[in-house]
Design a protein around this ligand. Structure first.
Ligand code: OOB
Length: 518
């Protein structure tokens, strides 16, 4: 098995309690297609599909994927912008039991190539989009199938028989970890655990058939995909509106035109929306809830959401590895504005501990450890990393520092993982440091977070030059040349004589960051 399963007795209990239902993620479509075929499932710039139409399209796409050679159990790296085609392909894969790797649109040849190699992927799919030539070149020869899915083929006319539906315990999809080590980690989510996280999120967020959810963030990310995201909304029988981009220009119009009731943003975008709404004196009529998560939202910004947008703010603190916390609709403003919510499920276990894994006193900040019915027990094909990322009794070490209040709500106070959270996009410092050290003119490098009023944090590469006169521009160009996602290119490049070290000889990033803050 390429990942760590839950212990047998615990899995048995989750099944007995009905937490894990045994259903596959794609089953929800078939149910709605029967019970309310005319209900609108999804809308994008190209049009709209009812539940019956979506179910048909999914069947046709699944048949097409089988025809090109994909089989249940295969892995397919999927990448595209938000649109109906992405949804169709995602559900087709989930229906077949072909496991999608949830790549982000920003990923380039370095990331996509790595995902394909690490998973022995059978396909790289880019639904609804022309292939990016650099990416195609890097994966050609690695994966047998590279394709834009042609969905034009008339739905419902296929004669291909689909295999049995996957069942609960099987691997459903691979999410991506923001990571703190050189190589990104893949997160194995099963149908059982992911569907549970979606159902519980839909319940917490009180979704129903009247919910119209705007997907403004890249849909493959765990937040807009499942917290409750598009899967939660489709599970509840509501309508998903796919935004091509998250700008106020695009989204404000979509909200007004389609009667959006709920959406999800990272704090950096929430600030952009608040500013734009104030300038344009725009007040949405239909929007009831604005979820904000992925990075820490400041209390002052949280307090502005209702006065400016007329929508309730809901803080969401989650991770692709599992645990998701939400503020609740009946929380008072104090909790809603100053905490990042409490766990979605009564079955989520949370421990706040000191450096020796001992519980801290109530209200004292400590390391957040968690386990539960939708938090993984190990990364995909990463046995060595799993030794450090999980405790012996199966708790995931989140790398976040939190304080837990009497109501169970968590406030995120910091982070110990070596990561930059750039407006919700995570950058593993060591990945960029390793890439920088490949430059002949760089002897050593450290990547640190610099506070930023718009993005929360930006990345700064602090480099020690190796004699020659390398410039910041060259350094950035050098990284770009390695084919990595643009958000990982440091915003700032600085040169120093030497990097401060701790007594054990590691780079002292705290001192470095403190120096730059001054
Ligand atoms: C979400 O997932 P990831 O996997 O991209 O990142 C997880 C990390 C957390 O460990 C934490 O460091 C940070 O992102 N984070 C927050 C936060 N939400 C996430 N830090 C402070 N305040 C928040 N509200 O980012 C994610 C997954 C599901 C739902 C929401 C976010």
């Amino acid at each position: 098995m390429p990942f760590t399963p839950w212990p047998d007795d615990i899995a048995e209990r989750y099944r007995r309690e009905g937490i894990w239902s045994g259903a596959g993620l794609a089953d929800m479509l078939a149910d709605h297609a029967k019970s309310r075929p005319e209900g609108i499932a999804v809308v994008d710039v190209t049009g709209r599909l009812s539940y019956a139409e979506l179910a048909d399209r999914v069947e046709a796409a699944a048949a097409r994927l089988l025809t090109v050679g994909l089989e249940p159990g295969d892995i397919a790296v999927v990448q595209s912008h938000n649109g109906i085609d992405y949804l169709v392909v995602l559900f087709a894969l989930l229906r077949l039991g072909v496991v999608p790797v949830c790549a982000l649109p920003a990923h380039r040849e370095a990331e996509i190539g790595y995902f394909c190699r690490h998973t022995d992927a059978a396909a790289y799919l880019h639904p609804g989009e022309p292939v990016h030539e650099g990416i195609a070149a890097s994966v050609r020869g690695t994966v047998p199938v590279i394709m834009t899915i042609e969905l034009a083929a008339a739905p419902g006319t296929s004669t291909v028989e689909l295999p049995p539906r996957p069942v609960g315990g099987e691997l459903a999809l691979l999410q991506l970890s923001g990571g703190s080590t050189g190589v990104p980690k893949l997160i194995p989510r099963t149908h059982d655990d992911y569907l549970y996280s979606v159902r519980i999120a839909a319940e917490v967020c009180e979704l129903d058939q009247s919910t119209v959810y705007l997907c403004a963030l890249p849909v493959a990310h765990n937040f807009p995909l499942s917290s409750p995201g598009i899967l939660g909304v489709l599970w509840a029988g509501g309508t998903v509106v796919m935004a091509a981009d998250p700008s106020p220009d695009t989204c404000f119009r979509l909200i007004d035109d389609t009667g959006v009731t709920m959406t999800a943003l990272v704090p950096a975008l929430a600030l952009v929306w608040l500013r734009a709404a104030r300038q344009r004196d725009w007040k949405p009529q239909s929007l009831r809830v604005l979820q904000v998560g992925g990075a820490r939202l400041d209390a002052a910004a949280a307090a502005e959401v209702f006065p400016v947008l007329g929508a309730r703010v809901q803080q969401v603190f989650g991770m692709a590895e599992g645990l998701v916390c939400y503020t609740r609709y009946d929380d008072d403003d104090e909790l809603n504005h100053t905490t990042q919510g409490r766990p979605a499920s009564q079955w989520d276990e949370v421990r706040v501990v000191d450096d020796d894994d001992q519980p801290v006193a109530a209200g004292v900040p400590g390391h957040l450890l968690t386990r539960g019915p939708y938090t993984i027990r190990g990364y995909y094909r990463a046995p060595a990393h799993n030794e450090v990322a999980f405790t012996v009794d199966g708790f995931y070490r989140t790398g976040d520092l939190v304080r837990q209040g009497p109501s169970g709500h968590l406030t995120v106070t910091g982070r110990v993982k070596d990561q930059i959270n750039r407006g919700g996009e995570k950058i593993a410092a060591t990945e960029i440091e390793e890439r920088l050290r490949r430059h002949p003119g760089i002897a050593d490098a450290a990547v640190i977070a610099i506070p930023d009023p718009d993005l929360g944090e930006r990345a700064c590469a602090v480099c020690v030059a190796d004699g020659g006169d390398v410039t910041a521009k060259q350094v950035r160009g050098f990284l770009r040349g390695q084919g990595i996602a643009a958000y990982k290119i440091p915003d700032l490049v600085r040169f120093v004589e030497q990097l401060p070290k701790t007594p054990v000889g590691k780079v002292d990033k705290q001192r470095l960051a403190a120096g730059f803050a001054r």
